[in-house]
Each structure stands twice: as structure tokens, then as C-alpha cells.
Design a protein around this ligand. Structure first.
Ligand SMILES: Nc1ncnc2c1ncn2[C@@H]1O[C@H](COP(=O)(O)OP(=O)(O)OP(=O)(O)O)[C@@H](O)[C@H]1O
Ligand SMILES: [Mg+2]
Length: 205
């Protein structure tokens, strides 16, 4: 379970996330919805422990800090990849898996996300939607119990959306819990257990 208590993030005088608390149960998928600038990425960054809150705390299965962070895989909204490396090289570079498991996981993700045709291409030669798929795949090259995805469908075509839905369904069936931010929840609607709406850094509704 992820428990976030009283998270606050301020940028100067502006409060981007204001006293947000939430609980993510084991195996649950929560969609985090909100307009541009409402605080979704700021909140997700704090939950993933890549962004330090000004107030509040995040507890994962009763743990804090590094041991808690190691249970979480995070897919950032901004694509972060090694641009001069190929797709495969990126998967291996970001991976925390070893040997056979590493190779099999990369193969699985390449198949699921239909990246076979461009797996040996350099990332800086890929299209926007192809880069988005690689950005998702690198985050999944490890062991984790929680998956935090910031707009994984941005720039993805309809068929790519179906591939991602299939992949995330399999993760859910393994017991993985998720929070997904998105603007158009229709693609992942069948997977979603609960919706959270954020406006001006506050949960609403
Ligand atoms: N590094 C920063 N410095 C200053 N202000 C920031 C910073 N990051 C975010 N903000 C502000 O915090 C607010 C929330 O931003 P955030 O990125 O969390 O929104 P979002 O809901 O993810 O939006 P989008 O749908 O566009 O991705 C915005 O008003 C933004 O301008
Ligand atoms: Mg965002």
C-alpha cells in the first residue's frame, strides 16, 4: 500500500500541491485526472520520491526513503532516454535485472509494445510515439510493486493505446498497483478501479 499524508509542494509563493493525502491499495488502478497545471505531475513526482515534498510524507508498505522508493517504477511525463543509444541499449542501460531475466524482460516489452521494427535504432531517430513507448518500457525493466505513470498515452496512436492497455492489464494481474495520469481516460477505462480529480493542487469531488 502507498500512503501519502499531507503532501505539499511550493514553487516560490505558488502552491502546486496543497495538502494532498491518498492511499493506493494493493492491486488497485487509480486514474489521476486534472487540467493542465492542476498538479498531477508534481503529485506523482512526490509519490515516486523523485521530488521532495515541502511537507508531508510517503509510506510504501510501511517503509520510507530508499527502501520505499525501490518498490516503485516511475514513468515520467518528460521523456528521459539516452538519445545516442539504441532502444535495446536503453532498455539494458536502465535495467536493474540481470542475465537471462534481463534479456527475457527486454524481449517481452519489445513484443508487447511492438517495438521490434525499431529496436536497433537510435532513440534520437525515433518518432514521438515510438519514443513514448521506449520511455514506458525502460521504467518496466526492473522489479516493482507499484507503477506510477505520467501520461503514458501522450502522442500514442489508437493501436499503441491497445498495446499499452494489454501490457498494463498483465501487470495488474500480477498484483501491481498503479496510478496513471491522463487527459482522456477512455483507453484505460476498463482497467481503472477509481478516479481522483485534482484542481489547483487540491483533490475535488
Ligand atoms: N519546477 C517548477 N517551477 C515552478 N513552477 C512549477 C514547476 N513545476 C511545476 N510548476 C507549476 O506547478 C503547477 C502544477 O504543475 P504540474 O506539472 O504538476 O501540472 P500537471 O497537472 O502535471 O499539468 P499537465 O497536464 O500540463 O502535465 C503549474 O502551475 C506549474 O506551472
Ligand atoms: Mg503533468
Amino acid at each position: 500500500m502507498i500512503e501519502a499524508k499531507g503532501l505539499v509542494k511550493r514553487y516560490g509563493k505558488y502552491t502546486a500541491v496543497d495538502n494532498a493525502s491518498l492511499t493506493l491499495e494493493k492491486g488497485e488502478i487509480v486514474a489521476l485526472l486534472g487540467a493542465n497545471g492542476s498538479g498531477k505531475s508534481t503529485l506523482l513526482g512526490m509519490l515516486a520520491m523523485v521530488l521532495k515534498p515541502d511537507e508531508g510524507e510517503v509510506i510504501v508498505d510501511g517503509l520510507k526513503g530508499k527502501p520505499a522508493k525501490s518498490k516503485i517504477a516511475y514513468v515520467p511525463q518528460d521523456i528521459v532516454l539516452f538519445e545516442e543509444l539504441t532502444v535495446l541499449e536503453n532498455l539494458y542501460s536502465w535495467s536493474s535485472l540481470k542475465g537471462k531475466e534481463n534479456i527475457e524482460r527486454a524481449e517481452y516489452l519489445i513484443n508487447e509494445l511492438e517495438m521490434t521494427d525499431f529496436k536497433r535504432k537510435r532513440v534520437d531517430r525515433l518518432s514521438g510515439g515510438q519514443r513514448r513507448r521506449v520511455n514506458l518500457a525502460v521504467a518496466l525493466m526492473g522489479k516493482y510493486d507499484y507503477l506510477l505513470l505520467d501520461e503514458p498515452l501522450a502522442g500514442i496512436d489508437a493501436h499503441g493505446g491497445e498495446c499499452i492497455e494489454h501490457l498494463l492489464r498483465a501487470e495488474k494481474e500480477k498484483g501491481c498497483s498503479m496510478i496513471v495520469t491522463e487527459h482522456n481516460p477512455t483507453v484505460l477505462l476498463p482497467l481503472t478501479d477509481r478516479f481522483l480529480r485534482i484542481e489547483g493542487g487540491h483533490f475535488i469531488g
